[in-house]
Design a protein around this ligand. Structure first.
Ligand code: PRP
Length: 219
């Protein structure tokens, strides 16, 4: 098979969901097609031996772990995930897709009490802690796993640190954006050892995907 012939198989971790599907379209155009991936089923692994590529659908927040531990050679992860978990990987390219912002939001019209410990609900405790520590602001983190916008509505927290894309979720829940913590977009990442041993394949893919992204931005 291919690995014995010398051409290395590239293992790619894709974030399950809309972003992953968008990224797969880019990789397909970059010469890594795997048509079976578009068939609707519950499989998590898809392979195209001829193209030398194997895809995995991974929970978005786990992509860094798969790549760091070499279960995947490369992967695509939001900058939010990279900042939160800080995996030991190479960041090869900003794909420019999946653009959104990490923000602080709170209930519309409700002011924070400056001298009291701020209760912050978030899925991103490390990002939130670093942000407030740079501002020397005392906070208490309330770690949640989803529907973060509920927390200030129910008095569970004073503010949230969460992803804002269109702002619709904030608007429809009576919340307002207070501060932008950091802009987010999807990044192509690589395992450090794979990057060395599959250098040719990975850098070719990176070049082609980057060129496609630039093309889309200019269009
Ligand atoms: C994210 C985020 C917000 C929403 C923002 O949630 O946590 O809830 O998207 O998007 P908007 O500004 O366009 O309304 P996601 O869909 O990732 O789900 P989860 O946080 O509940 O897991």
């Amino acid at each position: 098979d291919r690995e014995k012939e010398g051409g290395a198989m590239i293992n790619i971790a894709l974030p399950k969901g809309r972003l992953g599907e968008q990224v797969y379209t880019l990789l397909e155009k970059a010469g890594c097609p795997c048509p079976s991936i578009r068939e609707e089923n519950r499989r998590l692994v898809f392979e195209n031996e001829e193209a030398g590529v194997r895809y995995f659908w991974v929970k978005p927040s786990d992509v860094g772990i798969y790549v760091e531990r070499a279960a995947a050679d490369i992967g695509v992860a939001g900058r939010d995930i990279l900042l939160e978990y800080q995996p030991e990987v190479y960041e090869l390219a900003d794909l420019g897709v999946g653009r959104c912002r990490m923000c602080v939001a709170g209930r519309k019209g409700v002011r924070e009490r400056p001298r009291q410990t701020l209760r912050v609900a978030t899925k991103f405790p490390n990002i939130a802690s670093r942000y407030y520590s740079a501002l020397s602001r005392d906070i208490e983190i309330i770690k949640l796993h989803g529907s973060i916008e509920l927390a200030p509505l129910l008095g569970l927290s004073d503010v949230i640190v969460d992803i804002v894309e269109t702002g619709k979720t904030l608007l429809e829940n009576g919340l307002e954006l207070r501060e932008t913590v950091v802009p987010i977009s999807a990044r192509l990442i690589a395992n450090k050892v794979s990057y060395k041993f599959k250098h040719e394949e990975i850098s070719r893919l990176c070049r082609e995907v980057s060129a496609l992204c630039r093309g889309e931005e200019e269009a």
